[in-house]
Design a protein around this ligand. Sequence first.
Ligand SMILES: Nc1ncnc2c1ncn2[C@@H]1O[C@H](COP(=O)(O)OP(=O)(O)O)[C@@H](O)[C@H]1O
Ligand SMILES: [Mg+2]
Length: 138
Amino acid sequence: MIVTIATTKGGAAKTTTAMLLAEAAGRAGHSTLVIDADPQGSATQWKEVAEENGEPIRRYTVTPVNRVMLSRVISKATEEWVFIDTPPGDPAVINEAIELADFVIVPSPVAPEDFNRAVRTLGTTGDTPRSLIVVPLG
Ligand SMILES: Nc1ncnc2c1ncn2[C@@H]1O[C@H](COP(=O)(O)OP(=O)(O)O)[C@@H](O)[C@H]1O
Ligand SMILES: [Mg+2]
């Protein structure tokens, strides 16, 4: 199952959602991969900080992937769960990650402008009802 977490807005909890869902899948006993498709490398940084703090991520793998390699890495992935963390401002990466996904999560804060933006992102995911908006707490 390939799950893309995407919205055009930064700071919307994409990386947090990807990492925590991966942890949950790993704890449930599933082989799990996070693909860090954000050039800023937040998911990769998360992994490195965890290692530095003596609490390395053990239940899933995090790997940085650029847009050119994205479809190739996805096609070769053998994990049961693959979560793709995307950058906020790169439509080419966002669209490709959405195309490759079985399911798309569009996180959105509760403010109306943010919600409208998330709905616009959903509009790019095609006719298949495979998307979900998550409204983060706080
Ligand atoms: N459910 C949540 N409730 C409150 N704050 C959250 C939640 N999820 C993430 N955050 C915080 O929001 C900020 C942005 O999260 P991040 O996952 O980096 O967003 P993005 O990847 O979309 O830029 C971080 O400081 C993170 O700790
Ligand atoms: Mg991020």
